[in-house]
Design a protein around this ligand. Structure first.
Ligand code: ARG
Length: 462
């Protein structure tokens, strides 16, 4: 038996060593090694708690805490786990024995890997959330920069419903439409953080620690808002991971929608946007290609992230209360989702920042037909019920179609004949600028409303 194989946190009651197939299946070190900074921190806090509980003298606790710091230094330097290290907790326990000897054997007093891993995973989440927040903020800032430039230039474009040209809008309005979903994502992640900030440590395996650990102090020291209320719940609760995965799934979904807009607008058919060189890829066969791979990968990302949420929820479903080994898989889902976003978001931000918009192409796509609603609104202003106005303009649209011209190219007499309320001034309603200027209500695409929206967005994004 190697030194590593002897170092196990359990095994006293077994007559044989674990089978290779059990180890291969059961070991989680490959996934949870990255929890080590948090496991070290919570173990140092636990060592201090054991002084209050009368298990360690102050000197012994200092020895253990310093030993854990040396273990951290070795882990930071990349010390490789042995194949026999079951998980990050076992590994740290082994290394701590190497560092300080006997006092290490008392560190696990009154605690279990069940409350330990639940606490470590929460600490990991609390450290990851600010990183995600700033990645999201970075993407929002790239959107805001474009929005400001597009607004200052007065760039217009068609808005689409059903991916069919619908109405003229300011391009800044479209850009800002992608800022708000990300603001909601950041709020969701903040809320997930609030629920994550509850400390399971002191719950033991399931019934709570039999040693008088000052849990409130421990929670405060580790940055939690409070200790958990029920040891059974605390050791089996992975709601905080589900919260993060749902919020992460929404981030991925929002990223995919932004990506799809850009991919579509970047096709030769649209030609609204040109992707930057540093964020585009070529084809091994077709020399002319400039592919928006970043946005395509972003479009595909929800496949993974939402699958991670699904995987966790399936692991949780029907579990008996308390800790069960099914829960070990929670971290694979959590890490995968967060890793995916931490790869995708900065690349999206960079690729978006390099996008150049073709104001000319965008404006040309605002064809006369898009002013049909404004033409109906013109009649409404002159007392015609909207339903009737809609029908009148509908007939004009058909007439234009039959003549093979845009709505705004119909001769004035034809329009005047369609309804007695049409006056000579109807041509005035037939401009993109007039259409935009009418939209003064908050949240709409009129220049003043968008200017206000931009200011509000800047404030929200921070
Ligand atoms: N590696 C385990 C996990 O991630 C730690 C908890 C193990 N608990 C136990 N009773 N075997 O869930």
């Amino acid at each position: 038996m190697t030194e590593g194989e002897r170092h196990q946190l359990w095994g006293g009651r077994f007559g044989a060593a674990p089978a290779d197939a059990l180890r291969a299946l059961n070991n989680s070190i490959g996934t949870d090694l990255r929890l080590w900074p948090h496991d070290i921190r919570l173990s140092q806090a636990w060592a201090r708690g054991l002084v209050a509980a009368g298990v360690y003298s102050a000197v012994e606790a200092d020895t253990v805490i310093a030993g854990l710091a040396r273990v951290a230094a070795r882990l930071a330097a990349g010390v490789a786990p042995l194949p026999s290290d079951e998980d990050v907790h076992t590994l740290i326990d082994r290394l701590l024995h190497e560092e300080v000897g006997e006092p290490a054997s008392r560190l696990h007093t009154g605690r279990s890997r069940n409350d330990q891993v639940a606490t470590g995973a929460r600490l990991w989440v609390l450290a990851a959330l600010p990183r995600l927040d700033s990645a999201l903020r970075g993407l929002q800032r790239a959107l805001l920069t474009h929005a400001r430039t597009l607004l200052d230039a007065g760039t217009v474009m068609p808005a689409y419903t059903h991916l069919q040209r619908a109405q003229p809008i300011l391009a800044a309005h479209w850009m800002l439409a992608h800022v708000w979903p990300l603001a909601r994502d950041r709020e969701r992640l903040r809320q997930a953080g609030t629920r994550t900030a509850v400390m399971p440590l002191g719950s033991g395996a399931i019934a709570g620690s039999a040693f008088r650990i000052p849990r409130d102090e421990l929670a405060a020291e580790l940055g939690f808002s409070r200790p958990s209320a029920n040891s059974i719940d605390a050791t089996g609760d992975r709601d905080f991971i589900a919260d993060v995965l749902y919020a992460a799934g929404m981030v991925a979904v929002h990223g995919s929608r932004l990506a799809e807009d850009l991919i579509v607008f970047g096709t030769s058919e649209f030609g609204f946007v040109r992707f930057g060189d540093a964020f585009s890829t070529g084809s091994s066969m077709m020399p002319q290609k400039r592919n928006p791979d970043v946005f395509e990968i972003a479009r595909g990302a929800p496949g993974r992230v939402v699958a991670d949420l699904q995987a966790l929820l399936m692991s949780l479903k029907g579990l008996p209360s308390g800790y069960n080994k099914d829960l070990q898989d929670d971290k694979r889902a959590l890490f995968d989702a967060v890793d995916t976003l931490e790869l995708v978001l900065p690349a999206m931000t960079g690729a978006l920042a390099e996008c150049r918009f073709d104001a000319e192409r965008m404006r040309r796509a605002v064809s006369g037909g898009l002013l049909a609603t404004d033409l109906a609104d013109y009649l409404v202003d002159r007392g015609v019920p909207f339903r009737d106005a809609h029908a009148v303009v509908g007939r004009l649209v058909r007439e234009a179609e039959q003549r093979g011209v845009e709505l705004d190219a119909l001769p004035l007499p034809v329009i005047r004949d369609a309804h007695p309320s049409f006056g000579d001034d109807v041509a005035v309603a037939f401009t993109i600028e007039a259409s935009l200027a009418r939209r003064t209500v908050s949240g709409s695409t009129g220049p003043a409303a968008v200017r206000k929206q931009l200011a509000e967005a800047e404030l929200t994004v921070g």
